[in-house]
Design a protein around this ligand. Structure first.
Ligand code: MLT
Length: 276
């Protein structure tokens, strides 16, 4: 059976946390699990698992995973969630704190809807639970068409202007260059499938209302795509959510300011581990 690429940080080295629930990190679009690397050092000895989304990093194409998981062939976040659930179970992980950034957050929300029993805690970073507007949907479909056409991954290049914050653009040019390189190397088929899946995603605010687990809702203060209203809408639904705004960070908060995002994530993990 084809399966997502999962990177498990050696639990043997996580002394004191052995046998406890892991923190699973789901990356943003159109990146892969490398985006978490700067933050891993900041998370110290927590048992962390990172996952490449279908069609990104070392993971098989989404259409192949959909077939192997018995999911509909049409692009959907539900397939991402099934693929994550199946890959975690293959690693012997039945329950975890799951945190996703932007597209990773959409996947975490779909996982919460489809497999709530797997979640011990939920981290929603620079993401939202509402569906796209008609205009946003049209923009995604346009990119899906362009990226698999003559333009190729040059179609993703303009994203650099919105996914990295002002402070990072001014003070952390190496981060901007890394993201630019990743955008240029994003796999066209994976990008197109993801855009179609995100365009079709539904409103999952009601899913949050049904959860009674520790949660974190976090946003980079300079995030140009997620607003305070998106954060407030999610926090209102959750029964036990910490809300954090990270100064000096944009949409890719965990990459831009890894230490400032690692702190509340570690606290989320501690709250969830204590409640297990
Ligand atoms: C992401 O960072 O994953 C994207 O901004 C998600 C999106 O396009 O909505």
């Amino acid at each position: 059976m084809s399966r997502l690429s999962v990177h498990v940080r050696d639990p043997q080295s996580s002394d004191g946390h052995q046998g406890t629930i892991p923190l699973v990190l789901l990356h943003a679009f159109p990146l892969d699990s490398r985006m978490w690397e700067p933050m891993l050092a900041e998370l110290g000895d927590l048992p962390v698992v990172t996952v490449d989304a279908p069609g990104f990093g070392a993971s098989p194409p989404a259409s192949q995973l959909a077939r192997s998981l018995g999911c509909p062939i049409a692009p959907s976040l539900r397939t991402y969630a099934e693929a994550v659930a199946s890959a975690l179970r293959a690693e012997g992980i039945e329950r975890a704190v799951v945190a996703g950034l932007s597209m990773g957050g959409y996947t975490a929300l779909a996982l919460a809807e489809q497999h709530p029993e797997m979640l011990a805690g939920l981290g929603l970073l620079d993401t939202k639970a509402t569906a796209d507007t008609a205009q946003a949907r049209a923009t995604r479909i346009r990119m899906a068409e362009r990226v698999t056409g003559a333009l190729g991954t040059r179609a993703t290049a303009p994203m650099i202007d919105t996914i990295v914050g002002e402070t990072t653009r001014r003070e952390r040019p190496e981060v901007v260059e890394t993201v630019r390189t990743w955008l240029a190397a994003a796999p066209p088929a994976g990008v197109a499938w993801a855009q179609r899946a995100m365009a079709g995603r539904r409103d999952r605010l009601a899913t949050l209302a049904g959860l009674s687990i520790p949660a974190l809702v976090l946003r980079g203060a300079e995030d140009a795509t997620i607003g305070d209203d998106d954060v407030a809408a999610m926090a209102r639904q959750l029964s036990d959510a910490d809300v954090v705004t990270v100064p000096g960070a944009g949409h890719l908060s965990a990459l831009e300011t890894p230490a400032a995002v690692a702190r509340p994530l570690r606290q989320l993990w501690q709250r969830a581990a204590a409640a297990e």
